[in-house]
Design a protein around this ligand. Structure first.
Ligand code: ATP
Length: 269
C-alpha cells in the first residue's frame, strides 16, 4: 500500500558504530551532525548551513544506514521517502506528498529528511523515466520549491541517495540545494572485513572461523550482500543442527549469495 509514503519522524538508534568502513564519508557527515546539534556555532559569522547532500554509490553500500546514523548521532527525527514510491502515482499526488513531508519536517526540526533513489524523481527533463514526465516534473518542482522555501538554519538537512548522479537534473545540484556530494563506494577487502565483524556480532561463530579469508572470498560484495551472507550462514548451520557457524557454512552461504547476485544481474540484462 502506498498510503504512507514516509516514516513520520521515526526515532533511530543507529549510530556510526553500526556503519563499518566508509571512513571518509563518515568524516563528511560528522560535520552535518554538528550542524544539527550546534547551528548557531556555524551561522555566527554569517555562513549558511548547507541544506542537502547527495550520497552517491552502488546499491547496498550503506547509504540509507549512514543517513540513519546521522539522525541517530544528532538525536533528531528521521523522515524518509523513496523516489520509487512515486512510480505510477496519480496526478498531483507526488507534489502533495512532498509538501506534506516538508510541512511535518518543519514542525519537527531539527531533523533529517532522507530521499532514497532520488534519480527516480530528479532525472533531467526530457529523459526516459518510469513515471509520466509531467507528474515527475511536478514532484521534482515541488521538491525544489520546498528546498528553497526554508532558511538553512531551521535545522532540516536533506540527504538523498543515488547511484546515477549523471542523470540528475542540474537544478538539484545548484548551490543551496544538493551542493555537497559524498561518495560511498563498494568496500575493499579491509572494508569487507570490518563489515563482517559488525554482522557477525549477533552470530554464534566457530572459533576456527577465518574472517580475513571471508573478506578475501567476497570481492565485489556490498555491505548488504555481506549482511545477507552472515544471516544465510547462520541458517545453514542451524538447519544442520550445529552448535556454531563454521567456515563450510559460510562457503555455502557465499555461493548462495553469488548465485542470487548472478540471477539479479541476468534480469537486468
Ligand atoms: P540501496 O541503494 O539499495 O537503498 P543502500 O546503499 O541504501 O542501498 P543500505 O540500505 O544502507 O544500503 O544497506 C542495506 C543493509 O546492508 C544495511 O541495513 C546493513 O545491514 C548492511 N550494510 C550495508 N553497508 C554497510 C556498512 N558499511 N556497514 C555495516 N552494514 C552495512
Amino acid at each position: 500500500s502506498k498510503a504512507q509514503l514516509f516514516d513520520k519522524g521515526a526515532k533511530v538508534n543507529i549510530t556510526f558504530a553500526d556503519v563499518a568502513g566508509l571512513d571518509e564519508a563518515k568524516v563528511e557527515v560528522m560535520e552535518i551532525v554538528d550542524f544539527l546539534k550546534n547551528p548557531k556555532k556555524y551561522t555566527a559569522l554569517g555562513g549558511k548551513i548547507p541544506k542537502g547532500a547527495l550520497l552517491i554509490g552502488p546499491p547496498g553500500t550503506g547509504k540509507t544506514l549512514l543517513a540513519k546514523a546521522v539522525a541517530g548521532e544528532a538525536q533528531v527525527p528521521f523522515f524518509s521517502l523513496s523516489g520509487s514510491d512515486f512510480v505510477e502515482m496519480f496526478v498531483g499526488v507526488g507534489a502533495s506528498r512532498v509538501r506534506d513531508l516538508f510541512k511535518t519536517a518543519r514542525e519537527k526540526a531539527p531533523c533529517i529528511i532522507f530521499i532514497d533513489e532520488i534519480d527516480a524523481i530528479g532525472r533531467a527533463r526530457g529523459r526516459n523515466a518510469i513515471m509520466s514526465n509531467d507528474e515527475r516534473e511536478n514532484t521534482l518542482n515541488q521538491l525544489l520549491v520546498e528546498m528553497d522555501g526554508f532558511a538553512g538554519d531551521v535545522g532540516i538537512i536533506i540527504l538523498a541517495a543515488t547511484n546515477r548522479p549523471d542523470v540528475l537534473d542540474s537544478a538539484l545540484l545548484r548551490p543551496g540545494r544538493f551542493d555537497r556530494q559524498i561518495s560511498i563506494d563498494k568496500p575493499d577487502v579491509k572494508g569487507r572485513e570490518t563489515i563482517f565483524l559488525v554482522h557477525l556480532k549477533p552470530i554464534k561463530i566457530s572459533q576456527t572461523l577465518d574472517i580475513h579469508k571471508l573478506a578475501e572470498q567476497t570481492p565485489g560484495f556490498a555491505g548488504a550482500d555481506i549482511a545477507n551472507v552472515c544471516n544465510e550462514a547462520a541458517l545453514i548451520a542451524a538447519r544442520k543442527g550445529k552448535e556454531a557457524v563454521d567456515m563450510a557454512d559460510f562457503q555455502d552461504a557465499i555461493d548462495r549469495v553469488i548465485g542470487g547476485l548472478e540471477k539479479k544481474n541476468k534480469i537486468i540484462l
